[in-house]
Write a protein that binds this ligand. Structure first.
Ligand code: PAF
Length: 293
């Protein structure tokens, strides 16, 4: 069997040259930014990219700026050869895999902050995170200049932060969200699931189960606070250390109290042992939740 090959570049000038050729031939270019350790969730974004445009670029870069010193930058899973094999099978046109100093030269001094949307939820417990994400994605959009960039809805707050940044900075890229892909027991796919011990893995789907039940309760008209209280108890009982469990407007991320009367999502983040899991679920029937700008 012949091995599929895939074109990989490491520098911004090579990336620009390839994308420039496509753009001058009027090809619609779609970028899927990743940190590698690809799983079915990423691959579903690549498939969506192929349906959305005519040329697909996947970037692989474990971005140091979005990890705090006490977080898992060093141990973050790196499976580059395997990632390339999976992307080759999907016939991705180009992989951009820059080394650290191509992205962050020694005297790199710029930081992109998205006020409002970056605050609360993951922004409260990981204050460095969205600035690091917005900075690297602003660079990627500027380096690649895609027509469309695709991000997973598992990181829903990240998706909204990036969409706002892309608009505010006139990147010209449309930011599109791809639906969450789940394991058969409901656990949202994530590269960090690899950290779970077999016992933790058994309990991990309880996060989705809790969010789903809260969303279903809200859809029947129940009040937010008692459902969240019950949810926190359920997660603690299953061995989670809850970071947040909240109901927020799906577009503005403003907290919702009382009854749900606007497009809403239930958001949760919790530690299971040493692994931080996040997930979110739309409240059924609460309103249209746009995937594109
Ligand atoms: O979601 C991710 O994998 C990362 O946060 C992203 C968007 C690739 C930026 O480094």
């Amino acid at each position: 069997m012949t091995q599929e090959t895939i074109r990989t570049v490491q520098t911004v000038s090579e990336l620009r040259k390839a994308v420039g050729t496509w753009r001058s031939a009027n090809r619609k270019v779609v970028l899927v930014p990743t940190m590698g350790a690809l799983h079915e969730g990423h691959l579903s974004l690549v498939r969506l990219a192929k349906e959305t445009g005519e040329r697909v670029v996947v970037s692989i870069f474990v971005n140091p700026a979005q990890f705090a010193p006490n977080e898992d930058f060093d141990s973050y899973p790196r499976t580059f050869e395997d990632d390339l094999e999976q992307l080759a099978k999907l016939k991705v046109d180009l992989v951009f895999a820059p080394p650290r100093d191509e992205v962050y030269p020694d005297d790199f001094s710029t930081h992109v902050t998205v006020a409002g949307l970056s605050e609360g939820l993951c922004g409260a417990s990981r204050p460095h995170f969205f600035g690091g994400v917005a900075t690297v994605v602003a660079k990627l959009l500027n380096q690649c200049r895609p027509d469309v960039a695709i991000f997973g809805e598992k990181d829903y707050q990240q998706l909204l932060v990036i969409r706002r940044m892309a608009r505010d900075l006139d990147t010209g890229a449309e930011v599109v969200g791809g639906p969450i892909v789940r394991e058969s027991d409901g656990l949202a796919m994530s590269s960090r699931n690899a950290y779970l011990t077999p016992d933790e893995r058994k309990h991990a789907p309880e996060l989705y189960g809790t969010l789903k039940d809260i969303a279903a309760g809200l859809a029947t008209g129940a009040m937010v606070a008692p459902l969240l209280e019950k949810g926190r108890e359920r997660l603690s009982g299953a061995g989670f250390d809850v970071d947040y469990l909240e109901v927020r407007n799906a577009d503005t991320l403003q907290p919702i109290e009382g009854h749900v009367r606007e497009p809403a999502r239930v958001f949760g983040a919790a530690m299971l042992g040493k692994t931080r899991l996040i997930d979110n679920v739309a409240v059924p029937g609460s309103g249209v939740q746009a995937r594109a700008i």
